[in-house]
Design a binder for this molecule. Structure first.
Ligand code: ADP
Ligand code: MG
Length: 583
């Protein structure tokens, strides 16, 4: 065949394939346009999964009569005018491809009215031919109606799934937008039936309601709301470790208001949870990252789901640290969602710091016994509330089945899984000790030589200092040969070669690795599990109370090292309901 220039219509249809994959992509483009036009209310109607109809109506700025034709032209946009604009583009679109692409694979009509016009105007595109604008009644804003998607591109039609599946895609997209644009009201209807009604949410309570509507009330009830700002800001809801999920299906990231799927961000979040989640479980979260638009390239991917940070390392650390710190506070009494805070004040023991040691019960220090005795002496008759310490877990009454501690708190009963709780308390104490010892490096008698690919040897060399900070001394001996001279003593007994290899792969793939810390933590966790009190070992009331006090002071004490809860509460209200006791 000789070389020919393709007909514009064909070019358009080919281009459409890149942007418009399925009905949900139509909805996405239309709704994003509505948002770019400043709409405060957006109504979406879908029929037959969106193949028969996708209609999006907004109350945004509208399009003037004379610009209707232009809006449907390829590479025509009102959002950027020079390449430099891309640096600080804040609109969702800017390529000027959506409307013409959609129009080339469907029957499209565009009706719009600007505030200065007396009425609206409508244009229709049929088989590539655009009609003239005709007057049409419309409030200020725009309605785009897309019918018979892919009617003229049978190969694409074949890839459209069932109506239900396609509608799920539409719904998921609208939900994501709902999570990012709280100030905008959304209404999604399927075959004339309301599926999602999200009124505008202007405060925290309303926002929480919206998140509950989309992610489930359970998620909100079992999550912490976080917010941290420096030159980057991160806020949102992070699920408690004890409310982890079997699938990573409730993880939303929004960067500067845009939903993204970014590996670096997911890794950073995962890392933030690494110490409180059972292996194979996934955290749930809805997170918003805001940073200078010049610091992030949203153009890396045509669907704009992936992005590139100018300084990925800083973003990663910021996210990781913020989550890590927030989750550190998951301990009795400090977790906002652990229920209404109750205060048990006991002046008698203010200052006493009872402690359950790793020693056998008989050897508990006299100090501890005294402190605890003082603490327990007030159990049955709590002294008048006065300024002093708070005891969210209350005071031990006894041990149940050799497994649980039963305690009375100011507003009900508390049950503690003693092994799980002691395990966490011990683990955190070991971690503090290890940190205080600043990794206690141990020199190897004979340096360990490891052969790795050249690229990885290079990574090892350039990360020499980072390794050193973790107690690992590593040198490059040749193009593909490393020598390890020193490791943290905690890890002396582990398979160093395998560990270093894995770390290098991590660094190559993700630019970060937490394996050395992980390995250390795994070891301490095992140690903690071994030393934690076993079931059926009877504890004295004093020891039980010491454990409760220690839990209240210990970071992450709400869950054991495996992410299971360590304690639960039955409130007086719940007890009353149980016994039909009207109050
Ligand atoms: P882009 O969004 O990339 O600019 P589109 O093809 O999606 O390209 O839209 C072309 C232009 O049409 C937009 O730049 C905007 O000026 C106008 N437009 C599209 N939809 C709307 C709308 N709902 N309200 C107001 N203007 C719109
Ligand atoms: Mg657009």
């Amino acid at each position: 065949m000789p070389i020919r220039v393709l007909a514009p219509e064909l070019v358009s249809q080919i281009a459409a394939g890149e942007v418009i994959e399925r009905p949900a992509s139509v909805v996405k483009e239309l709704v994003e346009n509505a948002l770019d036009a400043g709409a405060r209310r957006i109504e979406i109607d879908v029929e037959k999964g969106g193949v028969a109809l996708c209609r999006v109506r907004d109350n945004g700025s509208g399009i003037a009569r004379d610009e209707l034709a232009l809006a449907l032209e390829r590479h025509a946009t009102s959002k950027i005018s020079a390449l430099g604009d891309l640096e600080h583009v804040v609109s969702l679109g800017f390529r000027g491809e959506a409307l013409p692409s959609i129009a080339s694979v469907s029957r499209l009509s565009l009706t719009s009215r600007v505030a200065s016009a007396e009425h609206g105007w409508s244009v229709r595109v049929q088989d590539g031919a655009q009609g003239d604008p005709v007057p049409a009644p419309h409030a200020v804003g725009t309605t785009v109606e897309v019918r018979d998607l892919f009617f003229n591109v049978p190969p694409r039609r074949k890839f459209v799934r069932s109506e239900a599946t396609e509608f799920q895609h539409v719904r998921r997209f609208v939900e994501r937008l709902g999570l990012s644009r709280f100030g905008v009201a959304f209404q999604l209807n399927n075959a004339g039936r309301s599926v999602l009604a999200l009124p505008a949410a202007h405060d925290r309570v309303a926002s929480g309601k919206r998140v509950a509507e989309i992610c489930g009330a359970d998620f909100v009830a079992q999550s912490l709301s976080i917010e941290r700002t420096s030159n980057i800001s991160l806020r949102g809801w992070i699920g408690l470790p004890t409310a982890s999920r079997a699938q990573p299906d409730l993880q939303y990231w929004f960067v500067n208001g845009r939903f993204v799927r970014d590996r670096q961000l997911h890794n950073a979040a995962r890392l933030g949870y690494r110490d409180v989640l059972y292996h194979g479980r996934h955290p749930a979260y809805v997170l918003y990252l805001e940073l200078d638009p010049a610091q992030v390239d949203v153009n890396a991917h045509p669907a704009k789901l992936e992005l590139r940070f100018r300084d990925g390392r800083t973003v990663h650390d910021f996210v990781f640290r913020t989550l890590e710190e927030a989750l550190r506070d998951t301990r009795p009494g400090s977790t906002e969602t652990a229920g209404p805070g109750y205060r048990h004040t006991l002046t008698a023991v203010a200052g006493a710091t009872p402690r359950l040691d790793l020693q056998e019960p008989g050897q508990a220090s006299a100090d501890l016994r005294n402190g605890v005795q003082a603490a327990t002496s007030g159990v049955r008759e709590p002294p008048a509330a006065a300024a002093g310490e708070e005891f969210p877990l209350g005071f031990a009454l006894g041990q149940i089945h050799g497994i649980y501690i039963l305690a009375q708190a100011s507003d009900g009963l508390v049950l503690v899984d003693m092994h799980a709780a002691h395990e966490r308390v011990t683990y955190e104490r070991l971690k503090r000790l290890a940190a205080a010892n600043s990794v206690a490096p141990q020199r190897l008698l004979v340096p360990l030589t490891i052969e790795v690919p050249g690229a990885e040897a290079e990574i090892a060399e350039s990360n020499r200092d980072a390794f050193a900070r973790l107690g690992v001394e590593i040198d490059r001996m040749g193009p593909g040969v490393l020598a390890v001279r020193q490791v943290p003593s905690l890890l002396a007994q582990t398979d160093i070669t395998a560990l270093i290899r894995d770390v290098l792969v991590d660094l190559r793939e993700h630019g970060v690795s937490a394996r050395i810390e992980d390995a250390g933590e795994r070891l301490m966790a095992t140690l903690a599990c071994r030393t934690a009190v076993r079931a059926n070992r009877s504890l004295t009331i004093a020891e039980m109370n010491a454990l409760l006090r220690e839990m209240e002071r210990t970071d992450r004490a709400d869950q054991c090292n495996h992410g299971r809860p360590t304690w639960a509460r039955i409130s007086l209200g719940e007890l009353d309901r149980l016994f039909l006791r009207g109050r």
